[in-house]
Design a protein. Sequence first.
Lengths: 160, 160, 160, 160, 160, 160, 160, 160
Amino acid sequence: MGSTSDLPVMEKAAALLNEFEVPFEINALSAHRTPKEVELFATNAQDNGIEVIIAAAGMAAHLPGVIASMTTLPVIGVPINATLDGMDALLAIVQMPPGIPVATVGINASLNAAILAVQMLAVGDKELQSRLKLYKESLKNKIVEANEQLSLVKYKFKTN
Amino acid sequence: MGSTSDLPVMEKAAALLNEFEVPFEINALSAHRTPKEVELFATNAQDNGIEVIIAAAGMAAHLPGVIASMTTLPVIGVPINATLDGMDALLAIVQMPPGIPVATVGINASLNAAILAVQMLAVGDKELQSRLKLYKESLKNKIVEANEQLSLVKYKFKTN
Amino acid sequence: MGSTSDLPVMEKAAALLNEFEVPFEINALSAHRTPKEVELFATNAQDNGIEVIIAAAGMAAHLPGVIASMTTLPVIGVPINATLDGMDALLAIVQMPPGIPVATVGINASLNAAILAVQMLAVGDKELQSRLKLYKESLKNKIVEANEQLSLVKYKFKTN
Amino acid sequence: MGSTSDLPVMEKAAALLNEFEVPFEINALSAHRTPKEVELFATNAQDNGIEVIIAAAGMAAHLPGVIASMTTLPVIGVPINATLDGMDALLAIVQMPPGIPVATVGINASLNAAILAVQMLAVGDKELQSRLKLYKESLKNKIVEANEQLSLVKYKFKTN
Amino acid sequence: MGSTSDLPVMEKAAALLNEFEVPFEINALSAHRTPKEVELFATNAQDNGIEVIIAAAGMAAHLPGVIASMTTLPVIGVPINATLDGMDALLAIVQMPPGIPVATVGINASLNAAILAVQMLAVGDKELQSRLKLYKESLKNKIVEANEQLSLVKYKFKTN
Amino acid sequence: MGSTSDLPVMEKAAALLNEFEVPFEINALSAHRTPKEVELFATNAQDNGIEVIIAAAGMAAHLPGVIASMTTLPVIGVPINATLDGMDALLAIVQMPPGIPVATVGINASLNAAILAVQMLAVGDKELQSRLKLYKESLKNKIVEANEQLSLVKYKFKTN
Amino acid sequence: MGSTSDLPVMEKAAALLNEFEVPFEINALSAHRTPKEVELFATNAQDNGIEVIIAAAGMAAHLPGVIASMTTLPVIGVPINATLDGMDALLAIVQMPPGIPVATVGINASLNAAILAVQMLAVGDKELQSRLKLYKESLKNKIVEANEQLSLVKYKFKTN
Amino acid sequence: MGSTSDLPVMEKAAALLNEFEVPFEINALSAHRTPKEVELFATNAQDNGIEVIIAAAGMAAHLPGVIASMTTLPVIGVPINATLDGMDALLAIVQMPPGIPVATVGINASLNAAILAVQMLAVGDKELQSRLKLYKESLKNKIVEANEQLSLVKYKFKTN
């Protein structure tokens, strides 16, 4: 992430990766304030055994694109809502030029970034695939249960 | 893709996958007009040996999200510019709720979708990783060559 | 609705339907987390005696469009303001492709969704038509009374 | 519609209604230039046997809302793209205040307005319901056929 | 104004008119809920001695345009910020079709609406012109005084 | 206007003023390139017998606001669509600070600016009021005639 | 700045200039309320020894552009977020016509305006250049230290 | 610039610099495709005698910010309109985080970028200051002449 101020948003990603028992490291690296450190991280990531990178940044959010320019690993970008409801960060991340994609998720969607990372890692990993299916099932069950709670709400002309 | 009218945009993705010798199938499936066919495709994709899905759609672009709701494979979403400069499609694809990510690329960015798919497949594939590095090198070389051409352009006070 | 978190917004719709003595059921069904349950609901709705469907969702709001793709009943879409002031939800609901309309109301406009549903049901129902006229009359009277209150506010050079 | 310049957009609605054999009348009535004519039309519509109204307008598009203020019939609003990609018309139609809904369809989506009108009329009309199902089937078949055409397109590494 | 909920915003207009000793009346009239009352007001305004109309409304703000359609008096429109930061109201007021202008001021800018009204009335009124000049002078003086206060703020390297 | 490139848009205003036999002068004055000339124009306008000013500008459109800051005459602002569909010009004109209003019309709406100017001049001018009523009548008649033409268009199930 | 209400935002600029020991003066001057004072300031700035001007304003933010029209000194514009998340101010400042640039920084980005001013002054000033490098180094160090703190945060499957 | 496709836009900057006899070099360097070349350029720019950098880029325009992160020279950013009317590039350039400013000019405003660069260089250069004043004078004269041409246009009721 571009700044430790993004930590409250990004903790959901860490928690999800823990839940899936996927090892990860977490860094604060700014495309604009620590370009050299970003370069070191990005160019060495693959050799350091990293397989997927999640990069979060707000405003003129360059971090995901800058990392993507220096590695062939898939880079997931999380636009952080710091200004303009996050629209500046979304456009600065998703509208990459031909040749250098960033896999962009929704504004502040750190949880989805982590799930997407797990989905990428699961491409060749049956165990992770199974866990993803259980996770999807649990998402469904929460809604199904909520729906059952809802049927207890009484309205005069409600039919069910 | 949601409609064969998206083919001119999506052909760049097919060409890139050919260049990387990555096998693929291409379908026109509409989240709104052929929901049953979309469901059949999405729920059987993993069993049919598909590892990554690219879904392109315009306007209220539901196809990527609907497919993502029915599979745990990574789904790459391409917003097609049909109306409103593609902003409607971008928001309808990227702003997915917690739990169901879509890896969104730029508006009409079919080439980037294909590269991102290759990057995902390359996570456990050294051969693809090498080709990605060569591809990145070739992108760089095109700019370097263009830059050299540029140095031939004469301006009176240009210094190089 | 896509989530029980939308209930505070949608309760106004329930209250209005009660006021018009129109029977209804209320469900939490997520286009993305419970696609199968949505399909069951939508494909059986007409056979279950449902005549109009109101679907509310936020962000990349697919629920109304997904339901509309699976039924020929009129579907009313309510964009919920979860992010971006609700603009993402509005565009994701209203910009449906040719052939599959969603009758979209304003952002968070659950009351209007319910009135619109009553207007549709009233097409062939004289009794509901009468109640709608009384309701419209009561809306008018509230403004007329407020206007009368306003005439009591004193400004130095106010003429009435 | 607010002006005869909207006719090229709105003719698709007329064609669809013809296809469904639904009788209709078509008028150019401007909320701003012919307010009296709009009032006559809207207040007498129900007595004249009209059951659903489609109103199209661009820019500061008041026509659908003004008609909705004068009748309890369901009013379908079509935002016409005259300026600002139609965003001004969309917001001026969809963001109605509590109590007076307009069933808004997408920008320039006259076809969807007509289908929505048929869906409303079909609430109590089995014959129209059947035709709607056939129409939906035909939409599906067009995509299915397009998809079959697509399978004939040859790419080197395409798998189907 | 379209609703008494707009009163807190519009009171600044009333205060300014009092300050200029310009007689006025204030009404809550809704384009959508009391169309008949709006028509009565607008069509009789000139005969009732009204010379300029200020109309404020939020969301799909039709009130200024509807009044403008029924009178040849100048109509000043005030977009009220009820949703979408007031952008819906601004566009619904300012983007009037050719022939029926609304003199639009900024979002929630009731004070400016009142000043503009005074400027219009001052076209043929020397006394009002003089007061406007004094008012403009007083605006200037407030800034000039604030600027003098500012010179008392001490910064180490501040030069004045 | 800020530039002679705005002349094609603004000629409609000149034509309308001619139609109403309202004397006017037309100038190209740039808030940014000729600030001194703008100041001379604005500060002397009232003494030169000018009663209403129409100012048109595009992009960061400062001309209307700058003129308004230097006169107490009513200033009508016309946002010209030079970039961003004219949204930059609209916001730069309409969002004036408290105390200095600009009467803003729609993007490129030079005709409406001229009508609004006539409405302001008509406040104390019975003759102009009469012409405005005739003009409004003629607008209505054009729509009524167009509507009659429309009734000649034949659709199979059209009822009138 | 256009108003003393902008002082809380602009104090960061003053603090930064103090930190760099760059002499400055600070004024509240409104393009709209004190045009004459703005003109005096801008036309005399260069003769008064001013080398760079920072101008901050919100809404229809004309101050930077108006100053830029009256001087050949570089003018840095700071859009203040007063309404519309600051988008109106950003567009009103950055979209200057050809010939009269304003060096625009981000919304409310007073700190960056001051740094940019120092960068301009440093063009011919080795001492300031050195301080800028130290400042940049300190920005980097803050992130590097934050990153080290981050490594102390424990997650179950975190690897560093 | 990020790509030679930006050359048609950026040639106006080269022409202006020629007009002012300011030496410059011109490069195509992509933040995303040639990050190493960008780093070499940016980190060595000051040692190579460069005093001001103009960086132009479209879409997720990172080039200006990336260069600004690697130098303390002032960096002028030109948002290129490649998609979304250039709004993505504008936000990706102007919304820089605290500490690393980019002096942003309008969308496609390469001429203004060059003038701004000259203004920065003129801070300590009397000769350039004189030329800037002559240039500003010539801008004014073009408008004054255009205005004189305009006075020849005849309208019936035009007064001058």
